[in-house]
Design a protein around this ligand. Sequence first.
Ligand SMILES: Nc1ncnc2c1ncn2[C@@H]1O[C@H](COP(=O)(O)OP(=O)(O)OP(=O)(O)O)[C@@H](O)[C@H]1O
Length: 141
Amino acid sequence: MHLDSHDKQTPTEQLQINKNQSFHQSIGHAISGVWLVVKKERNMRFHILVAVIVIVVGLWLGIGRSDWLWIAVAIFSVITAEFLNTIVESIVDLVVGKSYHRLAKTAKDVAAASTLVAALFAVVIGLIIFEPYIRFILSKH
Ligand SMILES: Nc1ncnc2c1ncn2[C@@H]1O[C@H](COP(=O)(O)OP(=O)(O)OP(=O)(O)O)[C@@H](O)[C@H]1O
């Protein structure tokens, strides 16, 4: 997925390239970065949906503090990897444009691999935390 559409500014958008002048301005741009990834990256929306489901199930089961800590680590690892993946994609597209380049492929594939590894880490954390509950529920049936 490319963020090309973000490059086409609407007339109301300011074409700022100088440094942010205030903390408020920095936070505003950071939040618009978060919104941009959520809006444009289907995978990010999927990660958020899974995170919400895990949080709801965790609340329902009443899991402990240390379990929440690991779930927080897993969720933030996946989200951070997805942000880095989007950064790499954007920079690669900026550098090579529409042309094919072997190093562009390497950069994008390795960036995608980092998200995959983070997602697998999250699945392992989820299995370790929820396995006793799943086993208990299955033993009741
Ligand atoms: N300029 C390029 N040169 C060589 N290979 C490319 C280039 N652009 C993309 N690719 C290859 O095509 C794949 C898909 O490109 P795309 O830009 O859609 O990646 P993607 O956005 O990482 O996919 P996803 O949204 O699933 O993460 C990349 O993983 C890479 O293997």
